[in-house]
Design a protein around this ligand. Structure first.
Ligand SMILES: NC(=O)c1ccc[n+]([C@@H]2O[C@H](COP(=O)([O-])OP(=O)(O)OC[C@H]3O[C@@H](n4cnc5c(N)ncnc54)[C@H](OP(=O)(O)O)[C@@H]3O)[C@@H](O)[C@H]2O)c1
Length: 275
């Protein structure tokens, strides 16, 4: 009989007001191996109605305020989370919050490049740095590698893959976004190498092309150019997958991750994506 997967006690997710972040909170709360503590962070907790509803249904969800680009906000959160997790530390940090400003080669500006880079790359590094003491504290409590010990998930995108770039594909319209996510992937590799000794695992995750505000509830704009052959076709006017279709696979993947996955770029099912 296969051994039961090891449990994660505490997880922190950024960007839980909507989209994938909200879906992950729900998926983790509903999972049979649900963590004892799900810290769902967002910029405006009082306005995050669905998240508030979820936290009333599941006792293990705690909503805390976080703007990932603010050092003051990050430091305040570290203190609050430290008090919640105590000596056990934090097992899993999911750097999910992100933004996209569509810009092709014709209309990309230095300003849009920097705005997207700040949120999708710099803030993820600073979040990780801020939470390292709590992740290291958790890593000291057990052995092996995985979310039962300490795990950092950087939510990336298949559009960040350098090897998959092709002529006339849709992501040629999102220069700032894909470049910021490629840099995020480098962050994953650096962290994986740097933190291996501490027993902290780090991966980049492509969650699938999802029907969210970012992924496109309407993708008619995106389909003006050809979709790349490696990318699923949009479902009519929408992105091909619902958040609820991707999340159970992600939750199952998180529980299966081990040392072999450290520094890898995986999709929601666990398939390796070329860099
Ligand atoms: N959807 C897709 O097809 C797809 C594909 C590949 C990768 N991804 C990645 O998946 C992640 C989630 O995307 P999504 O589709 O769920 O996007 P979304 O629906 O646009 O949601 C983005 C989330 O990020 C939050 N956020 C943005 N800037 C923030 C900041 N400075 N501080 C805190 N939170 C901030 C937003 O909060 P507010 O509500 O406060 O704005 C929102 O909760 C992103 O990293 C994205 O790049 C998505």
């Amino acid at each position: 009989m296969a051994a039961a997967p090891l449990r994660c006690s505490s997880v922190l997710i950024t960007g839980c007001s909507r989209g994938l972040g909200l879906g992950l909170v729900k998926g983790l709360a509903e999972a049979p191996n649900s963590p004892d503590l799900i810290i769902a962070t967002c910029r405006q907790p009082e306005a995050a109605q669905e998240l508030q509803e979820l936290s009333k249904r599941y006792h293990n969800i705690r909503i805390l305020l976080l703007d990932i680009v603010s050092e003051e906000s990050r430091q305040k959160l570290v203190k609050e989370v430290g008090e919640l997790v105590g000596a056990q530390g934090l097992n899993c940090l999911i750097n999910n919050a992100g933004r996209n400003i569509s810009a092709s080669l014709d209309n990309v500006t230095a300003e849009t490049m920097l705005q997207v880079y700040e949120t999708n790359t710099v803030a993820q590094l600073m979040m990780t740095k801020a939470f390292l003491p709590l992740l290291k504290q958790a890593a000291k409590q057990s052995s092996g590698m995985g979310w039962h010990r300490a795990l950092i998930v950087n939510v990336s995108s298949i559009s960040a893959s350098i090897q998959l770039v092709q002529e006339k594909e849709i992501f040629l319209m999102v220069y700032p976004y894909r470049i910021s996510k490629t840099a995020l992937n480098m962050l994953t590799k650096c962290l994986a190498a740097d933190l291996k000794e501490d027993g902290i695992l780090c991966i980049s995750l492509h969650p699938g092309w999802l029907q969210t505000d970012m992924g496109g509830k309407q993708v008619s704009d995106l389909t003006q150019t050809e979709t790349a052959p490696w990318y699923p076709e949009p479902d009519g006017e929408k992105a091909p997958m619902k958040v609820e279709e991707s999340v159970p696979s992600i939750v199952s993947l998180l529980a299966r991750l081990g040392e072999k996955d450290n520094g890898c770029f995986l999709d929601w099912k666990g398939n390796t994506i070329p860099w």
